[in-house]
Design a protein around this ligand. Structure first.
Ligand code: MG
Length: 161
């Protein structure tokens, strides 16, 4: 058995006039994440963790924000593409662990729905993904509700051969 680990991080600004898309679902809130795509910071961190484990660079190289093709794209599509890459390399997701940092909205009520959406996108069991939601204790830009950040860690496995 071969194994690999990867980490990912991302942060996006919260701005009025956009829906809040996080973890592949829409969450009711008065602001949304700014981005060339839908701004789903959780999925971006996940993609970077997966790409990192595969030593395939980062999300910006695979889906440049200068490419109009990706303007307004659902990040769930990006995650599907990264998962296909992982499949093509013969790796499976052993487990994923995610920390989302948002002062508001409170994310705990949405964790299960996010988990279901993400596991369906990646075709993994729900016990292979953990989501932790934290505030930033009111500190800094995240504490002032100006941004949401996310860290992700992944472990991949592959049968030797
Ligand atoms: Mg991003």
């Amino acid at each position: 058995m071969q194994s690999k680990i990867g980490i990912g991080y991302d942060i996006h600004r919260l701005v009025p006039g956009r829906p809040l898309i996080l973890g592949g679902i829409e969450i009711p809130y008065n602001k949304g994440l700014l981005g060339h795509s839908d701004g789903d910071v959780l999925i971006h961190a996940l993609c970077d963790a997966l790409l990192g484990a595969l030593a395939l660079g980062d999300i910006g190289e695979h889906f440049p924000d200068t490419d109009l093709k990706y303007k307004g794209i659902a990040s769930s599509q990006l995650l599907k593409t990264v998962k296909e890459l992982l499949d093509s390399k013969g790796y499976e997701i052993n487990n994923l662990d995610v920390v989302v940092i948002a002062q508001t909205p409170a994310l705990t009520p949405f964790k299960n729905k996010m988990k279901q959406a993400l596991c369906a996108l990646m075709h993994i069991r729900e016990d292979a993904l953990n989501i932790k939601a934290k505030t930033n204790e009111g500190l800094g830009a995240i504490g002032e509700n100006e941004a949401i950040a996310c860290y992700a860690a992944v472990s991949l496995v592959k049968e030797r051969g």
